[in-house]
Design a protein around this ligand. Structure first.
Ligand SMILES: [Zn+2]
Length: 461
């Protein structure tokens, strides 16, 4: 294969030029500019294309049919399929999941059904062996997953909604691997490699003939989603190692599952090194403080991403954020206890709040102080007092009104989608209880990437 990284289509050229400019000049023009999901197809030549979606769908022609890497969500797959059909009428023979998140596997059934409807054999599905256990976990916790995704994306977190829009039918991989696997796509070798990072079931692909890496969610043009407060363990240190292993291949084209493709061996190596360095720095700082006996509270306050890295256009904390990653590092190497002896077997939250409200002169006093602090800009402290006020007086409309205001202000002061979503959900709870009429509080209404926010609804990391 030749013509590595040479975009033969207008969209591919446009995307590669944009990513080169952002990386080389360090420009950040907003989350939407680095995360296109508009359904267009980028043709990279030599029988390789990428459909911009959530996740992207990467296709490789092998003479006999197509191999896909990821399938987008069930909702977005029809658009991705239509885009692919304008590019190739070959049937899909193979589907590789980079991991089992619903935005990567949700569209698989459509592609499989489409092959069957055309009288072709169904594609074989290839993935890491832990994908099946993920699906089993999802089947055990559909209510929880519907709820936390609603919260993460700022929708009303209605406890007891049940399964909601959480999927229940998975197209399970029949070919699995543990560490490495070599696939043949046409005459071409495709190496699958496992590493833990965002998930425990992640695979990334190396195509030596093309010098292409398909990186899954290891590089997504946002600060690594290694902290996510509501979700299972992530692996920041192993994530960094995987990035370094990718860089060692000297790829000339990098195709991520989210965000812009990147061309040029030097440029790709620089980006991979920056992201790895940011993660390694968080791990090193956190573990150093753990070894010195620090409590989690001290550690989250102290650990920072080196400033020059935090400003990179592919490391912006618009989705997850470093503070959350520190919690995950603590959890990975330590336990759930934060080191505060009072938190080991604590009093009930309402009991503590009632005691403090009595000391302060009433729950309303806590609420009004919360409002003052919020106005003064100390939103971290304001949230504690607002929370205590409503825990001490759960039926006080006045306390809930204050709490709603404090969390709205908190949402507005945050940048990451996760923090904004969770604070918006908290505000919505109190909006309901500060009046007697339920109202909808959109969480991410003032975000500059509404399309991204709604598209990410399906993510289940
Ligand atoms: Zn993803």
């Amino acid at each position: 294969m030749t013509g590595v990284g040479q975009a033969s289509g207008g969209v591919a050229t446009e995307l590669l030029e944009a990513s080169s400019r952002y990386i080389d000049e360090g420009i950040f023009e907003g989350a939407a500019s680095v995360s296109p999901i508009d359904g267009r197809l980028a043709d990279f030549g030599n029988g390789m294309a990428l459909v911009l979606s959530f996740s992207h769908v990467i296709a490789v022609e092998d003479g006999d049919g197509l191999a896909l890497v990821d399938t987008s969500t069930a909702a977005l797959a029809p658009r991705a399929l239509a885009a692919l059909q304008t590019w190739s009428d070959a049937p899909v023979r193979t589907i590789v999941y980079t991991h089992g998140h619903v935005d990567h596997v949700g569209g698989a059934r459509l592609f499989s059904d489409e092959a069957a409807a055309s009288g072709e054999r169904r594609p074989r599905v290839v993935a890491h062996e832990a994908v099946d256990a993920r699906f089993a976990r999802y089947d055990l916790t559909p209510g929880y997953n519907a709820l936390i995704n609603a919260r993460q994306f700022g929708r009303r977190a209605a406890v007891g909604v049940g399964q909601g829009d959480w999927p229940s039918e998975w197209l399970r991989p029949e070919t699995t691997f543990r560490d490495r696997m070599t696939l043949r796509v046409g005459g071409e070798v495709v190496e699958l490699r496992h590493a833990r990072g965002e998930t425990d079931d992640h695979a990334w692909l190396w195509m030596p003939d093309r010098r292409v890496v398909c990186g899954g969610d290891f590089l997504t043009w946002v600060f690594p989603n290694a902290g996510n407060p509501q979700k299972v363990q992530r692996y920041p240190g192993e994530w960094a190692l995987a990035l370094r292993e990718m860089a060692a291949m000297r790829p000339e084209l990098f195709l991520p599952a989210h965000g812009l493709p990147i061309t040029g061996a030097e440029r790709i190596a620089r980006v991979l090194d920056d992201i790895a360095t940011a993660l390694e720095s968080l791990v090193r700082q956190t573990v150093t403080l753990m070894n010195a006996g620090a409590r989690l509270d001290d550690i989250t306050r102290e650990v920072q991403v080196p400033t020059e890295l935090a400003d990179r256009p592919y490391l912006r904390a618009t989705y997850d954020e470093p503070e959350f990653v520190v919690h995950n590092i603590w959890r990975l190497y330590g336990g759930w206890w934060d080191g505060d002896p009072a938190h080991l077997k604590p009093a009930g939250a309402a009991e503590l709040a009632t005691e403090l409200a009595d000391l302060a002169g009433g729950a309303e006093r806590l609420a009004s102080r919360a409002t003052e602090l919020a106005v003064a800009g100390d939103l971290r402290l304001a949230c504690h007092l607002a929370e205590l006020a409503t825990q001490a007086a759960p039926s006080s409309t006045e306390c809930h009104a204050a709490r709603a205001e404090v969390y709205r202000a908190r949402r507005d002061g945050e940048v990451s989608l996760m923090a904004r979503g969770l604070y918006a959900a908290a505000a919505a709870e109190s909006v309901d209880r500060s009046t007697n009429e339920p109202t909808d509080t959109p969480a991410n209404d003032s975000m500059d990437e509404p399309a991204l926010g709604s598209a990410r609804r399906g993510e289940c990391s």
